[in-house]
Design a protein around this ligand. Sequence first.
Ligand code: HSE
Length: 437
Amino acid sequence: MNDYRSVRVAVLGAGTVGSQVAAVLLERREELARRIGADIELVGVAVRRLDAPRDRELPRELLTTDAESLVLRADIVIELMGGIEPAKSLIERAIDGGADVVTGNKALIAAHGTELFERAERVGAAVYYEAAVAAAIPIIRPLRESLAGDNVTRILAIVNGSTNFILDRMHRFGDSAEAAQATALELGYLEADPTLDVEGYDAAQKAAILASLAFHTEIPADAVYREGITSVTADQVESARQAGYVIKLLAIVEKAVDADGAAGVSVRVYPALLNADHPLASVHGGNNAVFVEAEMAGPLMFYGAGAGGQETASAVLGDTVSAARRHVAGGPGIASSTHAELPVLPIGLVRTRYYITLTVTDRPGVLADVAGVFSRGGVSVQTVRQDVAEGDTAGTATLVIGTHAAGEAALRETVAALADNASVVGVESVLRVEGAE
Ligand code: HSE
C-alpha cells in the first residue's frame, strides 16, 4: 500500500448495512485501493454497544462507542445509524472538520438535506446519499449528474419495497391485505414501525428527495401529499385486475401549473391504478423501480432491489469510492442546486383520471341519476361498467366508473354528492389512475 496516499474512513453504525460496509472495506481493501488510487483505511466503527451481535463480525479494536471523537479522525464519514439525532450532529461535526459524508439516511436527507449540503459546500466538503433512495438502484447520481442538462418532467416510482410486496401478493396470489402484511412481517420486509411503510411515510421521504433533485427545489417531506395502502382491499385489487390495472403505491413527482398558470411542482404518494402494460406494473415482490420522464432523454427506467444489507452497502461503497477519488484528485464535490424554488402545489390542483366503484340501487333511471352527478360536478365520464352479483337479492348493482382527467377538488365534491345521492347505496372506492400520457 505504500505507493498510495491513504484515505481514512469511519463508519457510524454497525447494523445490517453498517457491518456489511465495514466488512467489505476490510476484505476488499487492496482492490478498492487500486480503483481509487489511494489506500482506504477503516479507522473505526462507532457502535452503541461493543458486545452486540452483528450480521458481520468486525475486529474488536475497530469498534468504539465514542462517535464524536471518531468523526474527527476521518476524511470520509459513512453514517448508517439512521434517524435524525445523533446522526445529524455527528454529520455536522464531520463536515465542520472537513470530512466528506456518505449517508443512507433518508429521513435526515429529506428533513435537513439542503442545510447539510450548504454546510458542506461552505467548507469544500460533499455529502453523498445514493443509498437513501431505493438502496442499490443508482438514481441519485443519474438525477444529480447524468440528467443535470436535461429537464425532468415527471417521475413515477415504486420506492417502498414492503408495500409493493404486499400489493403484489394481493394481485398475483389473491391474498387478503392482512395475510399479505403478515407475510411481509414474517419475511422482515417491514420497518420496525410498520406504519412508516404502510402509511406511506417512507415513500414520502424518498419522493421528497427525488423531487428536490429533479426540480432543483428544496422540497421537505411534510410537503408531500401522502396516503398509505391501509384502505386497499382484496376486492379493489381484484376489480382493478379485471379492468386491466394493477394497484401500486406510487411516488409521483411532476411539473404542474397552478390556477393562474404559474409553474409549480406536485409531489404525492398514494395507491394508484396503473395500466397492466406500464413498465412499473411488472415490478414484483419487494423490488423498487423509478420511471423518469425527461424532455430530451425520454422515458428511463431504473429497477432493482430497494432494500437489504448487501444491496444498500453497494450504493454506500459506490459513494465511498467517489468521495475517496475526490479526496485524492481534488476538485468540487457533487453539488445539488435548489435555485428553481418552485412552489409545491396543493393536492386540490392535481389533475388525474379516477376509477370510482359505487353500490347503487338496481332500478330504472339510476344510471342517468349518477351521470347527472358527474355532469354537475364537471367531471367527464369515460367508461362505465355495471355488475350485478349472481343471486343478488338486495336489488343492488355495482357501478364502476372511469373518468377523463379531472381536478382533485372537483372530484372530491362529486364524490361527496354521490354519497348523498338517493340512488347510491355506497361509494366503495375512489382510486386515481396514473401513468397515462
Ligand atoms: N422499509 C423500506 C421499504 C426499506 O420497504 O422499502 C428501504 O428503505
